[in-house]
Design a protein around this ligand. Structure first.
Ligand code: SF4
Length: 369
């Protein structure tokens, strides 16, 4: 057995930690590249959303390199993510690739439990008693690594806006994440976080700078994966902007499991704010995108960047509503629709123009205090 999973942001760090700690052989898919995207595009329906194509490309590359078991998260309607696993399996089978499939349900229901039981029938025969015994601890280590990764990324988001040498924070963040990736066990993770924090904080900073504040909202895959969004978070930071986002692995996992009071409260506040414009749950992150933009306007943010994949149903709705939110709540919103043809120069130009406009608003006293 050789397990693989989608390549999404820093997800490979904690997935790897779980597999390694439980002694389960794994293969991290290669970093998402033009080739990954080309494989996904070639083998998908052109109308399907971008994350579907990228994840398909990840799976094809991983299977071609020797993985044989795919672990994928599930979801429910109305978003297409709920059908990803079914359609991916049909395509991979048509391509003649051999694989076993395991869907991690987004909600613990009887139907999900039965499906999971069926899917793991063969896999269970290959797992050893050691795999079973260490699995709970492996999940704990994976969770710790996920929180540690997010902590370092959040720290970098603050530091980047003040950096003197462009790109230095990103280099230091990558260094810190490599140390964390290599850490084995709880004590080593704690030490890696301390060391990583020190490395990021060592970035030369200009203390007097007054960065703009921008929130990134939108479809979770495009928000969390810099390979797909062309590094929007990093680019904004390097333009002197402090970036905030509420989409993290931990927030989504907590939401699925009904845990994390603080995240729950924050998400509820986004939903409540969105009710001014949306009378029901549109699906995906639509309500959250709209509600978060309103809350950030109330908090005095300078702007909102809304990320959406081309052909994404919920975020197309959000994009239309956000135009009105922008007028009503006096907050500039830049919607970036990402597709397979995207070029980094287009994203950079749009972000530079957006930041220039935000600075102009601030100079004219038009921005929130
Ligand atoms: S939220 Fe949008 S991009 Fe994501 S799966 Fe649903 S339709 Fe596709």
């Amino acid at each position: 057995m050789r397990v693989t999973f989608p390549r999404l942001g820093t997800m490979h760090i904690f997935c790897k930690a779980i597999a390694e700690t439980a002694g389960i052989p794994y293969l991290v898919p290669p970093m998402t590249s033009r080739k990954t995207l080309a494989l996904g595009v070639k083998n998908s329906n052109e109308c399907i959303c971008l994350p579907f194509k990228v994840i398909l490309g990840n799976f094809i590359e991983a299977l071609q390199r020797g993985a044989d078991t795919i672990v994928m998260v599930g979801s429910g309607p109305p978003c297409r993510l709920g059908l990803y696993d079914l359609v991916h399996q049909v395509i991979l089978t048509d391509l003649g690739l051999n694989y076993r499939w395991l869907t991690i349900p987004s909600r613990l229901t009887w139907a999900a439990f039965i499906k999971n039981h069926e899917e793991t029938k063969l896999l269970r025969k290959e797992l050893t008693p050691r795999n079973y015994l260490t699995f709970p601890y492996a999940l704990y280590i994976g969770w710790r690594k996920m929180l540690a990764t997010e902590h370092l990324e959040k720290l970098a988001m603050q530091v980047r806006a003040h950096e003197v040498i462009r790109g230095r924070t990103q280099r230091n963040l990558q260094h810190a994440l490599r140390i964390l990736d290599d850490a084995r066990g709880g004590k080593a993770i704690k030490e890696a976080v301390r060391e990583g924090g020190r490395i990021i904080n060592e970035t030369e900073q200009e203390p007097g700078r007054r960065p703009l504040r921008v929130a990134i909202v939108g479809e979770l895959y495009t928000v969390m994966d810099p390979e797909i969004n062309g590094g929007v978070e990093q680019r904004l930071g390097e333009l002197g902007v402090t970036v905030t986002r509420s989409s993290w692995f931990s927030t989504h996992i907590n939401r699925s499991l009904g845990l994390g009071r603080e995240h729950k409260r924050e998400r509820e506040s986004f939903y409540q704010a969105s009710e001014e414009y949306l009378g029901y749950d549109v699906g995906g992150e639509c309500n959250t995108s709209v509600g978060e933009a309103i809350i950030r306007a109330r908090q005095g943010y300078d702007g909102v960047v809304h990320l959406m994949p081309f052909a994404c149903m919920p975020e197309t709705t959000a994009a239309a509503v956000l135009k009105q939110v922008s007028k009503d709540h006096h907050i500039p919103v830049l919607t970036l629709t990402l597709d397979e043809q995207d070029v980094e120069s287009r994203i950079q130009t749009l972000l530079e123009a957006f930041v220039d406009m935000l600075l102009w608003r601030r100079d004219k006293g038009l921005a929130a205090a």
